[in-house]
Every structure is written in C-alpha cells, then in structure tokens.
Design a protein around this ligand. Structure first.
Ligand code: HEC
Ligand code: HEC
Length: 415
C-alpha cells in the first residue's frame, strides 16, 4: 500500500540526525502528491517521537524538558486519540494524558511553578509534584465533587491563590475541520446577553489581537499550530518558532532548570520549522469520527430539549460542507460543579468550550472518562454536571420519561 510504503520509508530515514536534512530535501526533490504522504509520515514520526535530554548525540531529537509532563505527543494522545483516563478509576499521578494546568483566578501562571504542573524533571531540575484527588461530600444537585491537590511540591509551597485545573487529553480526530470553521460562523451563534431568552448565552473566546480561540477545553488557542506549540512548551519543554523559550515552563525561580542545556543552537527552535510543518500535515490528516446519523427519536430529543443549542450538529465550513462535530466552539458558563477556580486567556473559571461530541462512541468504548477532567463514566453522568447555562437542558432531560432518556442517551452514545 502506498501510504504504508511512505511510512516505512520515513521510518528508515528517520534516524534523528537526518530529520532536518530530510525535511529540507523533501520540498526540493519530491513531487507534490508524494510529498504530502511523506510529510504526513514524517509528522507521525514527530508525533510519536520520544524526545530525549539535551545534549545528546541524536541532534534534532533532544531538548526534552528540563521539566516535562510526558516524552511524546503520543504518550497522552495515543494513536491520535483521547486519553483513557477516567477519574475515580485511574491514578492521576501516573496515568498518561491527565495534565494539571496552574494559574490564579485570572489565569496568570504561578511565579514558581508556571502554567502547568510538570511531574518530571531532568538532571538537577526536580519534578514539580504529583496530582492527587479525593471526593468531597455531595452538594445538593451534584454528585461528590473532585478535590485536587498536589503531593510533594518540588519547589516549596506555591502561592496561596494558586488554582489547579486538571484536564484530559482530547482526541485529535477531525480537528482540521474545526480549523476550517470561519470565524463568522462561530460569532453568528454568540448570544452573550441571551437576547433570545433561552438561558444559553455563549460567547466566542476573544483571546486578544483580534483572534478567536477554538482549540483546547477553554478554546484558548486559535490554531492547531498554536496548540501544538503550547504542547511542546508546557508538556514537553521544547521550543518552537511560536514559543522560542527552550526552557519551556521553567520560571526564573527554577534556577537549575533554566541553567540546563538546550537542544538547539542559540536562536534556533528545538523543533525545527520543517518538523512542525510535517506535524501539522499529520494533524490535518486525522479523519473526522464517523458517528451515528442524526436521525430518529434520540436525535429529535437532542434538539428539542436544547442539547443542540450548544452541541450544534453541524458547523458550516469555509469552501462548503459541514463539520458534524456537535459543538458551537463557544464558551458557556457551566455553573459551580464544573468551576475549578482557574481562568485562562479570555475564559472565566466556570466557562468551558462546548465539548465536541463526535467520536464519543470511541471514547466510551475505550473507557475514557467524560468532561474536562474525566470525572463522568457515562453520558448520563456527564449531563448531571451540566448547570449554569445548561441548567435548562439538564432539567428537561431529567423530566423525560425513562424511554425518552434512553433514546437520547443511546443517540449520544453512538456519536
Ligand atoms: C502530557 C500530556 C499531553 C501531551 C504530551 C500532549 N498533549 Fe495535546 N493535549 C493535552 C491536554 C490535557 C489537552 C487539553 C488542553 C487544554 O484544554 O488545556 C490537549 C489538547 C490538544 C489539542 C487541542 C484539541 C482540541 O480538541 O481542541 C491539540 C491539537 C493537541 N493537544 C496536540 C498535541 C500535540 C501536537 C502534542 C505534541 C507536540 C501534544 N498535544 C502533546 C495533553 C497532552
Ligand atoms: C449551555 C451549553 C450546553 C448545553 C445546553 C449542553 N451542553 Fe453538554 N457540554 C457543554 C460544555 C461546555 C461541555 C464541556 C464541559 C466540561 O468538560 O467541563 C459539555 C460536555 C458534554 C459531554 C461530555 C463530552 C466529552 O467529550 O467529555 C456530554 C456527553 C454532553 N455535554 C452531553 C450533553 C447533552 C446530552 C445535552 C442535553 C441534555 C447537553 N450536553 C447540553 C455545553 C452544553
């Protein structure tokens, strides 16, 4: 098969020392169609690559950390999919794909620990600590709420106003379609003052500089490249053109970490632009999930009780077609139960991007927990946490007959 051939060729060629040479030669020597397949294969190799400590003999594959949460993109998004982490079943200290973001109520990172808890460190740079959780007694209307803490803070007690925002790694399937939703389509669904009086207000995340965010649980990143650069910086401690600091999330207070050697010559990013471009080609090639058709009683109930007010069954795409992603890419205030206290670039702590529901059948089949921290084992459990702007839909769900509830849940389970 042609695709496999390209992958094999790429693997053989991908001795790390050859990576950048190869990427440079690519555009120069290979025809456009072949380049695409090879580019995706190289991108996959970048995605799967286990980065190593700098300096090493494997130039172009080093520069990990010094502080890091994982060694590769694939450690958290195995096969380009969602992490299997489920809160209450899996240990957040060791399960790959559960990340703890750090910040204050306005989203500013911690003076010592930065923007993310990196459990691992290299050399003299100690890891920052490990996430742990317990369940508080239930508040009326909600199940027992997870309460997070960090055990073994590596650099002393953090500031008193530090908030923890644990998040699971989502699936990367179909993201190229979400990238192609025009900003006008997103903005057309906003209703910040709830003029239509349906209780759902929704607003785009205007992250600054005129851009609208669409990726991440809080829609804080505008493009796939920006999201990948953030991942390289916070999760892996690698610099890119967009985030040139080789020390990643190490703060001035973490001296050993800042003094450690980097994986690239001064002025150059550890992840060469050509490799980033190939990684983008790989992400763009992730096909959209093939979910259930939006037909039948469950789909009708999904619309009539107001799930679709946020989980929009179709978003128009630039150049035609739709993304059947079941999201509006807007932020919604989801109420107290999902409020983790930490804000982020343009989003308040109780605001979350409507989670795309396409691919849910796959997530459930692999046992992943739902919601941003993986706390819900089932669709019904996820709905129990819907409040704030989603309170109306949740109330109407509770008021359905058992048969109707089952039809609705079966429909969502099949997406
Ligand atoms: C340590 C675990 C971890 C690693 C490693 C990691 N990610 Fe992620 N990824 C996450 C989490 C958690 C989120 C959700 C982020 C958020 O909302 O703050 C995410 C979100 C994303 C998204 C946005 C998805 C969406 O639905 O909007 C993309 C794209 C992505 N990651 C790509 C990558 C790439 C590319 C790499 C490697 C450079 C990578 N990730 C490495 C955990 C990880
Ligand atoms: C006001 C907007 C809104 C409405 C209405 C709404 N949701 Fe959601 N939904 C969200 C947001 C935002 C999230 C992400 C919340 C989080 O993770 O903290 C979400 C998450 C989910 C998830 C988890 C998805 C995942 O990938 O983890 C499911 C399942 C879900 N909603 C189903 C429903 C159903 C079914 C209805 C109708 C009864 C509904 N939602 C109504 C906004 C809404």
């Amino acid at each position: 098969m042609r695709g496999d051939g390209a992958a094999c060729r790429a693997r053989r060629l991908l001795r790390p020392a050859l990576l950048s040479l190869l990427a440079a030669a690519l555009t120069a020597t290979v025809g456009a169609a072949a380049t695409d397949g090879l580019d995706v294969a190289i991108g996959k190799a970048v995605f799967d690559r286990m980065w190593v400590r700098a300096p090493s003999s494997t130039k172009h594959a080093d520069g990990l950390g010094p502080l890091f949460s994982a060694r590769s993109c694939a450690s958290c998004h195995a096969g380009g999919g969602r992490t299997t982490f489920r809160l209450g079943r899996d240990d957040p200290a060791t399960h790959p794909g559960l990340v703890v973001r750090l910040g204050d109520a306005a989203g500013a990172g911690d003076a010592v620990y930065g923007q993310e808890l990196q459990p691992d460190g290299l050399g003299d740079a100690a890891g920052e600590g490990r996430a742990a959780v317990r369940f508080a007694s239930a508040t009326p209307g909600f199940p027992p709420r997870p309460e997070w803490r960090v055990e073994g803070w590596g650099y002393g007690e953090p500031s008193a106003d530090l908030r923890l925002s644990p998040r699971v790694a989502p699936s990367l399937a179909g993201l190229r379609l979400l990238a192609r939703v025009p900003e006008a389509e997103i903005v057309s669904r906003e209703d910040p003052d709830d003029r239509d009086g349906d209780g759902v207000s929704g607003r785009a995340n205007r992250i600054g500089g005129g851009a609208i965010g669409r990726f991440g649980w809080k829609a804080a990143e505008p493009t796939l490249e920006a999201q990948a650069a953030l991942a390289f910086s916070l999760d892996l401690g690698l610099s890119t053109t967009l985030r040139p600091d080789g020390a990643g999330d190490c703060t001035e207070a973490q001296a050993a970490c800042r003094a450690a050697p980097h994986g690239a010559a001064p002025g150059e990013p550890e992840v060469a632009p050509a490799l980033m471009a190939s990684l983008m080609a790989f992400l763009e090639a992730r096909p959209a999930p093939l979910g259930a058709k939006a037909r039948g009683r469950g789909a009708a109930l999904f619309a009539s009780i107001g799930c679709a007010a946020c989980h929009a069954p179709a978003l128009k795409l630039e150049g035609g077609g739709v993304a059947a992603a079941y999201t509006d890419l807007l932020l919604h205030d989801m109420g107290r139960g999902l409020d983790d206290g930490m804000g982020e670039a343009g989003a308040l702590s109780a605001e979350w991007r409507t989670a795309p529901l396409w691919g849910l059948s796959r997530a459930l089949a692999q046992g992943s927990g739902l919601l941003h921290d993986g706390r819900a084992a089932t669709v019904s459990a996820a709905i129990t946490w819907h409040a704030g702007e989603a309170a109306g839909a949740r109330g109407r769900f509770d008021a359905l007959s058992a048969g109707e509830r089952k039809a609705l849940v079966d429909f969502v389970n099949g997406l």
